[in-house]
Design a protein around this ligand. Structure first.
Ligand code: ZN
Length: 198
């Protein structure tokens, strides 16, 4: 029994640290990259030829931060894929570098894991794996991602209710779920409960 638990713990730890060489990426892979000093993970579906389909804010940064000094036109468009930061576009297709770029550096890429073992899953950081299983073929995953590309069908971006993890998980499983925000919601609920305690 102990050795089984030990193995699940080790598997969980391996999942956390495993980085992916972009050369090893395959069609339909659900990948993520940590952004903002590891505070959240950005998710997408690898669709081949160095491109990723992912869900970004549907509003522009200026709409969210009206007094932002960052002007959309001051950020040059990517010469490879044409992506321009600070423009809200919903479901977009960009090159891998734009997907993984943080403020000044390219973040490492990780595989999102489906069917994760329960113990390993609990030990892992949220937003990196799910106990859901992926039943779609890679071709089907890419097809769903392409269908949603450029359409408003996936709806409005919402940090906790409809984000990049929901999008990629939906492409893979048909279920719209985000462990990252589910945990956040649970913590927020708990915090409010404690705060409202007489
Ligand atoms: Zn690009």
């Amino acid at each position: 029994m102990m050795s089984k638990i030990k193995k699940e713990v080790e598997d969980g730890m391996k999942l956390i640290w495993k980085k992916v060489d972009p050369k090893d990426l395959k069609l339909g892979d659900h990948i993520y990259a940590y952004k903002r000093y590891g505070s959240y993970s950005h998710h997408g579906i690898y669709v081949g030829d160095g491109y990723v389909i992912h869900f970004t804010r549907t509003e522009t940064k200026e709409a969210i931060l009206p007094h932002s000094r960052v002007e959309a036109e001051t950020v040059p468009a990517c010469p490879k894929c044409g992506y321009q930061e600070n423009t809200g576009r919903g479901v977009i297709k960009t090159c891998l570098d734009c997907f993984r770029r943080g403020r000044k550096k390219l973040h490492s890429i990780h595989y999102f894991t489906y069917g994760a073992p329960q113990i390993g899953f609990l030990l892992k950081n949220s937003g990196t794996c799910s106990t859901l299983s992926c039943t779609r073929s890679p071709e089907q995953v890419v097809e769903v991602a392409n269908e949603l590309l450029g359409s408003n069908e996936f709806g409005k971006y919402d940090l906790t209710g409809n984000n990049c993890e929901h999008f990629a998980t939906y492409c893979q499983t048909g279920v719209c779920a985000s462990v990252q925000t589910a945990l956040y919601d649970t913590c927020l609920k708990k915090y409010r409960e404690l705060k409202n305690r007489p």
